[in-house]
Design a protein around this ligand. Structure first.
Ligand code: SF4
Length: 478
């Protein structure tokens, strides 16, 4: 039924398709690495190229460290987090490891081979990922719907309702499953995604170069609009764009759950970009967190910094951070200092005057649903590593913690946000010492001098600055 459009979509496959399109597919989809069929190898081998080189989430380092599912299953969450540090989407690394453990311990080392089983049995595998793995690696005839496919299908079919609504989502999956080529399901799905990523782009689609343009209702509509405008201007007869029905012919216009809403009609200035439409995005909520870079001298006089481990569930689960405390909104600076000082006191191993807590600045980081502002302070402890190791009696209820050198901090499982905090702290150190650009190298070359700040007489520190013919013939009822 959809044969012409299938052939058109498959034209989107470049000669080196497996490498390129898998790169698109793999973008932030780490489960791709565990979909090798019939094997227990953790990687997917695409003929014609090494996908690892094009994979922004997984690196050669990951594959060398865990070349098999068994190796990944044996890894600790700490090891996974360390190698994942800085990549974002930390819960994906955790779930990837959980999935590997499940395949090894409960599924006799065999990957589920259908989209249904993949989604049902493996943690972190959703409908899209399951469809992608099943079609690309196992040849199951099943469609995929990701952001690129949503954009292509909404334009090709002029679906203008909120693309995240259940009605549109269901319709898109129906379309994807109807369209997928049974002879080459994996190639077809990659071609669809490739089309959306390289041709049918969000803001500047290359319609003239598009292999499915003769089947695209959005493009047809744009041409009709232009023709209508031209006709009005020149008084000529209207042209006929194609035999395909257009969206205005929808019998349910005004109440259709797929058409452009009456409240947000077609906008000529947008052209094909009228599709897809999305409900207004929810603004991330604002949160403030006080963070303290606690520094002491190590056994050889080198600077060491305290990092503590976050809870094993929730945001940034299991990652390490400088001692941090969520702040109530509206807290004044003096109050922030007091609550933070009380929070870090137990780790300090000594009484710390409020004035020694130095304000470094503010660092912003946007998580998917939270706009986080870190109010950064630093505290240089006066004693050595023996006195500044924390009072054990008060540490019983505390999370895991450790003192690390600068180099160890950079290799630790810390988030991008904490690396930003570190940079702010390092900048302050450089500015405070007037060392300019060479500060970092100087600290590394002469660590024993780092942290040597002048302490005032009162114990405080000085302030620093611190298919497509048939496809177009809509199924009956649509
Ligand atoms: Fe997208 Fe244009 Fe191709 Fe339609 S013709 S699918 S809008 S690139």
């Amino acid at each position: 039924m959809y044969r012409p459009i299938k052939a058109c979509f498959l034209q989107c496959l470049p000669s080196n398709l497996r490498t390129i399109s898998s790169a698109t597919w793999q973008k932030s989809r780490p489960f791709g690495r565990i979909c090798s069929p019939g094997t227990t190898n953790a990687s997917v081998t695409f003929p014609g190229g090494n996908w690892l080189q094009a994979n922004p989430m997984l690196t050669e380092e990951h594959m060398q460290k865990w070349p098999t599912l068994q190796a990944l299953a044996k890894a600790s969450l700490e090891e996974v987090n360390e190698l994942w540090a800085g990549l974002g989407y930390y819960s994906r690394g955790k779930r990837l490891q959980e999935a590997a453990q499940k395949v090894v311990s409960e599924l006799a080392g065999q990957m589920p081979a259908t989209a249904e089983e993949l989604q049902r049995l493996l943690p972190g595998v959703g409908k899209y990922t399951a469809g992608a793995i099943a079609s690309i690696s196992y040849g199951q005839v099943t469609g995929v719907v990701d952001g690129n496919v949503i954009r292509v299908l909404c334009r090709v079919r002029c679906i203008g309702a909120d693309s995240s609504s259940p009605a549109v989502t269901d319709r898109l999956w129906d379309l994807a499953n109807s369209l997928v080529d049974p002879a080459r399901p994996g190639d077809f799905n990659q071609a669809m995604m490739e089309l959306g990523a390289t041709v049918c782009t969000p803001r500047a689609p290359l319609c003239m170069e598009c292999p499915v343009k003769q089947h695209c209702r959005a493009r047809c509509r744009v041409e009709k609009e232009l023709e209508f405008a031209s006709k009005r201007l020149l008084g000529k007869a209207a042209f006929s764009c194609s035999q395909a029905p257009d969206i205005e012919e929808c019998a349910a216009t005004g109440s259709c759950s797929l058409c452009l809403p009456a409240s947000e009609p077609w906008d000529s200035s947008l052209g094909v970009a009228n599709f897809p439409r999305r409900a207004a995005k929810k603004q991330p909520r604002a949160e403030r967190t006080a963070t303290c870079v606690l520094e002491r001298r190590g056994p050889r006089g080198e600077p060491e910094y305290l990092i503590v481990q976050r809870p094993s569930s929730g945001l940034l689960a299991g990652l390490w951070e400088f001692p941090s405390l969520a702040l109530e909104l509206g807290l004044k600076e003096k109050q922030q200092r007091e609550v933070l000082l009380a929070h870090v006191q137990a780790w300090a191993g000594e009484a710390v005057a409020r004035g020694r807590l130095r304000h470094v600045g503010e660092v912003s980081h946007v998580f998917s649903h939270i706009h986080q502002t870190y109010v950064v302070y630093s505290l240089l402890l006066g004693g050595d590593h023996k006195t500044a190791s924390g009072r054990r009696d008060k540490m019983l209820e505390r999370p895991a913690f450790r003192w690390v050198t600068q180099a160890e901090f950079q290799k630790a499982a810390v988030s991008t946000a904490m690396k930003k905090v570190w940079k702010a702290f390092e900048r302050q150190i450089c500015e405070g010492r007037g060392s300019g650009q060479g500060c970092k190298r100087k600290r590394a070359a002469n660590p024993s001098r780092a942290g040597q700040w002048k302490v005032e007489a009162d114990g405080s520190l000085p302030p620093r600055q611190f298919s497509l013919d048939a496809f177009l013939k809509a199924p009956a009822g649509e």
